[in-house]
Write a protein that binds this ligand. Structure first.
Ligand SMILES: NC(=O)c1ccc[n+]([C@@H]2O[C@H](COP(=O)([O-])OP(=O)(O)OC[C@H]3O[C@@H](n4cnc5c(N)ncnc54)[C@H](O)[C@@H]3O)[C@@H](O)[C@H]2O)c1
Ligand SMILES: [Zn+2]
Ligand SMILES: [Zn+2]
Length: 389
């Protein structure tokens, strides 16, 4: 089959590789009909995640048709159309039984380095390095889906691929980020990042009752997409002091709750932003904390800071005092996708949200390398790429 392989920093190519096989009775094989490139894939593309190997197949947002099932898979049959959640989770361990699938204790055999680094390994993930279990990804013609009696959700024929594909990751991720804020009517939520995750966080915040959403980015097309959903927007490059500006926009108090939909590769033109980049480049810290610092500094006392953006390790001189001083709640982590797929599929079917409006490119798998380059470099033109293998 054809698959998109990682060959080094900023080097990906479509190659012929062996077809996946059933290895375990709970596996199934999916013929991929749609798969997307994620902001998280850019962390791999940019060489920020250790343990990637030449030839690793990328992709954790995918859906398709079941073509083969293992003996233990009773809930799926050949021909079913399914969308696959990005965390690989067993469904049996204690975190899985509590719905916290991103903490699955059985799905990540590559856990040792992560446990040494940060204390907890977390679940495996498709297409995301040996740190996350070395599972081949779904930017390919076929994929093996482990624990497929627990993960994949069957899609009715009334919904199109473009409507449901993002249930694999970014819709639940944006929704969980908003849900973590425990929004009350009248609340103002600030969202950093108008990328795909930010777009779903903005839309979810309104669905959950927010009165105002203030969205922060610098790319006009992405900011317009946020405005289409009802958000006010702020270009952080137009402001010397974003924290102060957010306070001015919220009666001097700060947004009730803040969502980071940017993560460890934040861009920043302020002195602090450049300092963060410099420290990351010099390997003095693993993550760029430009956005994290702004989130904690601007959030209103008693508010929740919901961190959907990915961070992997250590941050220099972290301002924990502002979290303590204001009594902030911090909620974060990989999304617990499984439990959100069905309720959010209902939201799509009801017309509460229209996921395809964030898609800017639909292309063949062969065009994936060009699209990685574009998604990395031209964020204004490119919001979300869907590949059709
Ligand atoms: N927690 C999870 O389960 C989960 C799942 C999916 C993605 N993610 C993470 O969410 C983050 C966003 O993903 P995406 O697909 O939307 O990525 P993306 O790269 O398309 O979008 C990020 C956006 O942030 C903006 N940005 C950069 N620096 C900024 C700053 N200083 N202030 C405000 N905006 C800034 C960029 O201009 C861009 O529009 C990534 O870190 C990704 O890894 C987490
Ligand atoms: Zn993703
Ligand atoms: Zn588990």
């Amino acid at each position: 089959m054809k698959a998109l392989c990682w060959n080094g920093k900023k080097e990906v190519s479509v190659e012929s590789v062996a077809d996946p096989k059933i290895l375990n009775p709970r596996d199934s094989i999916i013929k991929i009909t749609s798969t997307a490139i994620c902001g998280s894939d850019l962390h791999l593309y940019n060489g920020r995640v250790p343990t990637m190997k030449r030839g690793d197949i990328l992709g954790h947002e995918f859906m398709g048709e079941v073509v083969e099932t293992g003996k233990a898979v009773k809930n799926l049959k050949v021909g079913d159309r399914v969308v696959v959640p990005f965390p690989v989770a067993c469904g049996n361990c204690y975190p899985c039984s509590q719905g916290k699938v991103s903490g699955c204790q059985n799905s990540n055999p590559g856990w040792m380095p992560l446990e040494t680094l940060v204390g907890e390994p977390g679940a495996g993930m498709f297409g995301y390095s040996a740190l996350y279990g070395s599972y081949a990804g779904g930017q390919a013609e076929y994929a093996r889906v482990p624990y497929s009696d627990f993960g994949p959700t069957i899609v009715p024929s009334t919904l199109t691929d473009d409507q449901v594909l993002f249930l694999s990751d970014i819709f639940p991720t944006g929704y969980q980020a908003a849900e973590y804020c425990e929004i009350k009517r009248g609340d103002t939520i600030a969202v950093w990042g108008c990328g795909p995750v930010g777009q779903f966080a903005i839309r979810s915040a309104f669905m959950l009752g927010a009165e105002r959403v203030i969205a922060v980015d610098r790319h006009p097309a992405r900011m317009r997409l946020a405005e289409m959903a009802g958000a006010e927007t702020v270009n952080y490059e137009d402001s010397d002091d974003l924290v102060e500006l957010l306070k001015q926009l919220t009666g001097g108090i700060g947004p009730d709750h803040c969502i980071d939909a940017v993560g460890m590769e934040a861009h920043g033109t302020s002195v602090y932003g450049k300092l963060e980049r410099g420290k990351q480049a010099l390997k003095m810290q693993m993550d760029n904390a430009t956005v994290l610092r702004q989130v904690f500094q601007s959030c209103a006392p008693g508010g929740t800071c919901s961190i959907a953006g990915v961070y992997v390790g250590f941050i220099d001189k972290f301002p924990f005092g502002s979290i303590f001083g204001k009594g902030l709640t911090v909620k974060t982590g990989q999304c617990n996708v499984h439990g959100l797929m069905k309720p959010l599929m209902e939201r799509i079917a009801n017309g509460d949200i229209n996921p395809p409006e964030i898609i800017s490119h639909r292309v063949a798998l062969d065009d994936a390398p060009k699209m990685y380059e574009l998604f990395e470099a031209e964020k204004d033109e490119c919001t979300k790429v869907v590949l059709k293998p």
